[in-house]
Design a binder for this molecule. Sequence first.
Ligand SMILES: Nc1ncnc2c1ncn2[C@@H]1O[C@H](COP(=O)(O)OP(=O)(O)OP(=O)(O)O)[C@@H](O)[C@H]1O
Ligand SMILES: [Mg+2]
Length: 494
Amino acid sequence: MANRQKNKILHRMLHRASYWLLGIPLRLKIMGMVLGIIFLFAVTSLYLIYGTLLRNMHDLLEKEGHSIAMELAHQAPDYLLINDLYGLTENLKNTVRNRPDLRYVVISDRAGQVVAHTFGGGFPRELLQFYRLHSEPTTEMSLRLIPTTEGMVWETGTPIMQGDEGRVRVGVRENAFRQQINQFLHNFVWNSLWVVLVGLLLSVYLTWLITRPINSLLTATRAVNEGDYRITLEKSTSDEVGALTRAFNDMVKQLALAEENRREKEKIRRDFLQKVIAGQEGERKRIARELHDQTGQTLASIMVELKMLENSAKEEEIKRRIVSLKQAITTEMSALHNLAVTLRPSVLDDMGLAPALEVFVNDTRRRHQLPVQLTMVGFGQQRPDSATETCVYRIVQEAVLNAIRHARANEIKVLLERQQNQIRGVVEDDGQGFNPEIITSTDRLGLYGMMERAQLLNGTLHIDSEPGQGTMVVFALPLMPGQTAIQPTEQTND
Ligand SMILES: Nc1ncnc2c1ncn2[C@@H]1O[C@H](COP(=O)(O)OP(=O)(O)OP(=O)(O)O)[C@@H](O)[C@H]1O
Ligand SMILES: [Mg+2]
């Protein structure tokens, strides 16, 4: 269990470390890699060379001590047999004088008593103490390392005549060798630092070489992302980055082509839609006029005829029937009028958006017995262009009729504001609301039509609603240049 926990923590830490490493900029990654390799190479070389040098130094010291000790062990019996300790000491001193690494030579008798040595001012007490504490076999060769105030001394011990005549001890200093090694290490570290510096400069250059095309790719990708497809990158290298650049250029060409096709299709769609809407409006206008001028006039003349018939009729039964016919025709005329107004109110063409909306709102309020509040700000005498007027009228009409048909609202508010360069509008109801995301254009046309109309005039429209929260249709339509707003005047119609 504890192991699993540990593994989990380790895994998480590794994951974080790799995430952090991947997040480092490419430039730093390459420089870090070059420096890391140089550093690793320098440290490994230093470690190996230092180890080899130390081993060699030890071998050398051992061999030197050994050969001197053997030589002196060979010469010593000549002096010892005639008890010429003075001659022996002189011989030892000569040996020490001729070899700078040699620190001392000590000769002791069988009992371990020092009989001759090369120390000028008496035998050092510390060395004596050391010999007492660390005894060694009398008949065998020995090698040991003795720490002294002058540094480490490699002491080789050799028996004289198998130990019968005592023992020779030769102390060789390692200081000189150490100094050489340290000098070498010092030079090595300095050289490594130079290599690091050159490596750093090289890696900066290398990084620049690698990241330059990548940075251009990045800048170009951002430009393409913002819709600029004119960009073509220079093919600077023939490696993978060069291949990527070529692929990028091809991709941008394809994207430019696709974008052109899309724009063309969009233009065709918009032109077509504009024509359909214009045709629809024209047709509605024609039918509305027809209903008013033709059918309405015919019904009106029938009414006059019926009035005359009513006046001339003698029988009560006929009179009653004529009255009933007149009533039916009056109802039909009113329905016809409403239909004509809904199709295309002539007031929209004749007097403009504000009066047309007032007529529409009053009519709706009367017909549906519902408070509809209309507030218009900034709509003075100068009228927007007819396409914008029709678009605003149709959006408000659809939004209000939707609120009546679907929302079960208690109140509907319409707010329109004409600003310097746009018309902004809000149609709000306090009804049951709905989820606008689940409405598709296939089965319902009202919301889709509102959006299409707004987009065709380069405007925006969005529906803010959710079940139980009422609905808000918010739109903005740009005004054609030159249609400047006049001093805002507020008209509220409840
Ligand atoms: N104000 C609203 N309150 C609640 N639901 C609404 C509101 N407006 C629209 N809806 C919902 O969105 C649906 C789609 O509306 P849309 O106007 O596109 O179609 P429709 O009114 O049903 O038919 P039509 O195509 O004749 O307009 C409606 O059927 C209704 O469920
Ligand atoms: Mg609708």
